[in-house]
Each structure stands twice: as C-alpha cells, then as structure tokens.
Design a protein around this ligand. Structure first.
Ligand code: GDP
Length: 298
C-alpha cells in the first residue's frame, strides 16, 4: 500500500512548501501573513468561502494561544485541520448482506473505486457481489465486469438499457439467496436534471429497501479531487438528491489541489471515508484526519 505522503506529493509541493515559505518569511503573524495564507489556500483549491472560514478559525486559534510567533503556527494549523476532519463515521446496524450504493458523475473514478472497495472487502474475507446498475452505457457494464473478475468478486448485470432498479432488486435478491456479505450497486453517472437524478436514485433506494431491510446501508459519493470546485458542486447536488453517508475522493495522487479535501470536510459535514491515491486496486486508503493534516503540513 502506498504511503500517504508519497501519494500526496503534488499537494504537499503546493501546500507544505508554500506554508514553510510563508513561515520563514515572517517574524510575526501580522495582516500580511494572513493575506498570504489566504492566497496559498485558494491556490491549493480550498476554495474562497472555505478559505475565509478556515482563516477566521485560525485567527481565533492564534489569538487564544496568545502567541504571534510563526514557529507555533504549524502546530495550531494542524490542530485546526484535525478538528475539521473529525467526523464520526455514520455507523448503522447492518443485516447481511450489507448493501452499498455507489453514486457519482462519470469519469470521477467510481468504477475503479468500487473495485478497490471490493478488493478490500475480499481481503477481509468477505464474499462480495458487484451489481452493474449503470445500464446506460454498455462499456460501463463491461468495465465493471473486468474489475469484478480481477478482484475475484461476484458480478450481476442485465442487458444495457435495462431498468437500473430491476438490476438492484435482482442483485440484492441474489446476494441474500447466495449468502454474500456485501453488495456494491453501481449507478449511472449522468448528471441529468436534479429531478431525474433524484427520481432514479430514489427508485433504486426504494426497491433495495423493500427487498432487504435497511438497504442501502451506506450511500457513497465518489468525487474527483482534480476537478477542484466542480467536486464541491457535485457533492451539493448529490447530497440534495439522496442522503449521502460517505464521500470518497479519488485521484489525490494526480493533483496539487488536495486542498479540496479541506473544502469538502468544511462545507458538508459528511465523513470522508477513503481517498484514492492511484489506479491500482491497492491504491485506496482509509481517510485519517490526523494523518492527512500531518501529511499536508509536513
Ligand atoms: P468512472 O467513469 O467514474 O467509473 O471512472 P473510472 O473508474 O473508469 O476511472 C476513470 C479514470 O480515472 C481511469 O483511468 C482510472 O484509472 C482513473 N482513476 C480512478 N481512481 C484514480 C486514483 O485514485 N488515482 C488516479 N491517478 N487515477 C484514478
């Protein structure tokens, strides 16, 4: 498994180095210091609003500490980030099979993320089934099947253009009958109108719940860190379309804009459960706020 600091090297380049530069060029924390910090955070894609909120929180923390010595600043910022990332996982009672609904826009890495989650579950000794609920694209079904075979998971699909809710219903039926521990249900990633999206996801959720109590037990949104502020607007839309339990951010290895993680954590209060740091099935890491804050600040 990849080291967090290696996977985040591009973001570290952006944030850690810049903050180190900021700290070494100021002998005291003054207005100029805060302005430069704002600039660094915005450039790292923390986003305007979250940057303002974060800087205000940092100002408060610095004020409370009673010290305007830049040497102390990194520790204070690390503590502040840890606080921001501190979100208890939304744990629910699960009656097996655990049903996980995967949502997100095309191209964000949802298929790969399903494979990575399936791989993790397999390694833990679970019997895994993957259902191809994105029936809109034949290629999506095929690609998911390739991954299912590669990780050694079961796979359920119907013909392209079948009703995604029928796929979900039959997959959960199969999962119950054949004693699977966990079922991942893929969904289409077209961002149609919000009304359509909401209706389609609601229908899938309804049939899952009808067939198996409590299902879906988790609804996970995958977003692509390299898309920066788009990832935020996708989160907003999906969170309004269906209640999200977790967020997974992919492609953090490929971007200098890991600040988006801070923005997502500050804006939505939805736990970030994993981060994607590469294209292989091993390249998924449980998100740990303390480690992430340390990796960001060096
Ligand atoms: P989907 O359309 O959302 O299902 O996206 P895919 O799973 O097909 O992924 C799109 C592209 O992103 C593929 O080339 C993946 O290999 C790549 N990808 C997915 N996750 C990651 C990641 O964490 N890091 C990197 N570097 N690439 C990723």
């Amino acid at each position: 498994f990849l080291k967090l600091s290696e996977g985040l090297s591009k973001t570290k380049e952006q944030i850690t180095k810049q903050i180190d530069g900021l700290l070494s060029s100021h002998s005291t924390i003054n207005e100029k210091f805060w302005e430069e910090l704002e600039e660094i955070l915005i450039m790292a894609d923390v986003g305007f609003e979250p940057t303002m909120k974060l800087v205000n929180r940092l100002r408060e923390r610095v004020r409370k500490s009673g010290s305007d010595d830049p040497e102390q600043f990194k520790t204070l910022m690390r503590e502040e980030l840890e606080d921001i990332f501190k979100m208890p996982p939304r744990i629910k009672a699960v009656n097996l099979p655990e049903v996980v609904l995967m949502v997100g826009v095309n191209g964000v890495g949802k298929t790969t993320t399903i494979a990575k989650l399936a791989y993790r579950a397999q390694v833990q000794g679970k019997k895994v089934l993957i259902a191809a609920g994105d029936t809109f694209r034949a290629a999506a079904i095929e690609q998911l099947q390739v991954w299912a075979t590669r990780v050694g998971a079961g796979f359920y699909a119907k013909a392209p253009n079948s009703d995604p809710a029928a796929v979900a219903y039959e997959a959960v039926e199969l999962a119950v009958k054949e004693g699977y521990d966990i079922l991942f249900v893929d969904t289409a990633g077209r961002l149609q109108t919000k009304v359509d999206l909401m209706a389609e996801l609601q229908k899938i959720r309804n049939v899952l719940g009808k067939k198996h109590e409590g299902a879906p037990h988790r609804t996970i949104l995958t977003i692509d860190a390299t898309t920066g502020q788009n990832a935020l607007s996708q989160t907003k839309i999906f969170n309004e379309a269906c209640k999200l339990d977790e967020i997974i951010l992919t492609k953090l290895d490929g971007t200098a804009k890991g600040g988006i993680v801070v923005a997502v954590a500050m804006e939505f209060g939805i736990p970030i459960s994993y981060i994607g740091l590469g294209e292989k099935m091993e390249d998924l890491r449980p998100f740990n706020g303390t480690d992430f804050a340390s990796a960001l600040l060096g």
